[in-house]
Design a protein around this ligand. Structure first.
Ligand SMILES: C[S@@+](CC[C@H](N)C(=O)[O-])C[C@H]1O[C@@H](n2cnc3c(N)ncnc32)[C@H](O)[C@@H]1O
Ligand code: SF4
Length: 389
């Protein structure tokens, strides 16, 4: 029942450094040159120590190291970091899903070996596109050869659970170019693909260009065609679209992200990271030095709020409906001890009438039209029970 008082089974750790900043990206990441990387890793150790002494882990099932670009760490730094993880969040090698994000421009054989030996067993590679001109235009530091090389090296190092990220709706990207990227990606026959529509985020170069009317985005109609092509092609090739942007071979859906989508708790460590445990959500200091300094004294939280049951129920809807299997009566009852229809009946009915949700035996899920209009559906549940400030 809410709040769940058990220790989280998932751990997220943030490495906030990248070789360069991509033109579309507003993730909490900073250009590596001149950054105090070792001081950051020591700060992470302090945060880990304080975190596990206040809430000791019991059974860690998933670890996700994201960024930024974790693979900017040198092999020595990587080894140091992975030893920390193992020390503070002990796990069983054969039970854990341990993902690390990687960039094809910063992945080499030595590093992959250290990652494998250090417990990582799933790699999520930021590829974005198989079009070199486009890669350059969006500010990526790598080309398609780097992608093929990184994947070959990863396989040689013994990784058998590989995922790549692609993007669509990029400036200057035609439907044909997108089709080419998706087909190239599928030729690699990987276990998992994450494929995101570009969001023009504030504080990015793309946003500045957009405001000046200098960002040649595809027409909305083409973007819809791109997403249709992606869904149809991946399905044809035997991948299950288990979340709006995620496709997996049977048995290879991301266990870590599924914990988020089930609105379950997770430890969150590193600059700008957030965590959610025992009904409390925290947000860490964002800037690298502010984070390092904060860990000297205490946990580096800049926010630490108890989430009301109403807010938690809204979150449950927002994240749960991202999964194509949808939300279930049973799961809602398990988390909150209440009947889904009694709490959200009006909104659910409205979305069903609009054709964006469909009622199934176990609960509700996005309809084929709703998949394209996810934000409208999620928006329906925000502020339903709480007053937004
Ligand atoms: C933290 S990055 C992945 C790892 C690594 N930093 C890299 O880029 O190679 C997570 C993914 O989010 C996606 N992404 C980032 N910014 C986005 C945006 N503005 N719109 C859509 N997708 C975005 C990209 O596909 C990216 O690979
Ligand atoms: S997309 Fe990845 S590599 Fe590019 S700036 Fe963002 S976090 Fe760094």
């Amino acid at each position: 029942m809410y709040p769940d008082l058990s220790a989280p089974k998932a751990v997220y750790i943030h490495i906030p450094f990248c070789t360069n900043k991509c033109h579309y990206c507003d993730f909490n990441s900073y250009v590596l040159k001149g950054q105090p990387v070792m001081a950051y890793l020591h700060a992470l150790e302090r945060e880990m120590e304080r975190t596990v002494s206040s809430l000791p882990p019991e059974q860690i099932r998933t670890i996700f190291v994201g960024g930024g670009t974790p693979t900017v760490l040198t092999p020595e730094q990587m080894e140091f970091f992975l030893n920390l993880v193992k020390t503070y969040f002990p796990y069983q090698k054969d039970e854990i899903e341990f993902t690390m994000e990687a960039n094809p421009g910063t992945t080499d054989a030595d590093k992959l070996e250290v990652m494998k030996a250090g417990g990582v067993n799933r790699i999520s590679l930021g590829v974005q596109s198989f079009d070199n001109t486009l890669l350059h235009r969006i500010g990526r530091i790598h080309n398609t050869d780097d992608v093929y090389r990184s994947l070959e090296l990863a396989k040689k190092a013994g990784f058998t659970n590989l995922s790549i990220d692609l993007m669509f709706g990029l400036p200057g990207q035609t439907l044909e170019a997108l089709e080419h990227s998706v087909n190239e990606a599928l030729r690699l026959d990987l276990q998992h693909y994450s494929i995101y529509g570009l969001k023009v985020e504030e504080h990015t170069l793309f946003h500045t260009l957009f405001q000046k009317n200098e960002l040649p985005l595809p027409e909305e109609e083409d973007e819809v065609k791109m997403f249709e092509f992606i869904m149809n092609t991946l399905k044809r090739d035997g991948y299950e679209q288990y979340e709006i942007s995620n496709f997996a071979r049977p048995g290879y859906a991301s266990k870590h992200n599924t914990i988020y989508w089930h609105n379950e708790s997770y430890y969150g460590l590193g600059a700008g990271a957030h965590g959610y445990a025992r009904g409390v959500r925290h947000v860490n200091a964002k800037a690298v030095q502010a984070y390092i300094d904060a860990t000297n004294e205490q946990l580096p939280y800049i926010e630490n709020n108890l989430i009301s049951v109403e807010e938690a129920m809204e979150d449950f809807m927002m994240v749960g409906l991202r999964m194509l299997k949808g939300i279930t009566y049973e799961h809602f009852r398990e988390q909150f001890g209440l009947e889904l229809d009694r709490v959200f009946g009006d909104s659910l009915q409205r979305m069903v009438r609009k054709g964006l949700l469909e009622k199934v035996e176990a609960g509700y899920r996005l309809s084929s039209q709703g998949i394209f209009l996810g934000n409208e559906v999620f928006g329906e549940f925000i502020g339903t029970l709480t007053v937004n400030e």
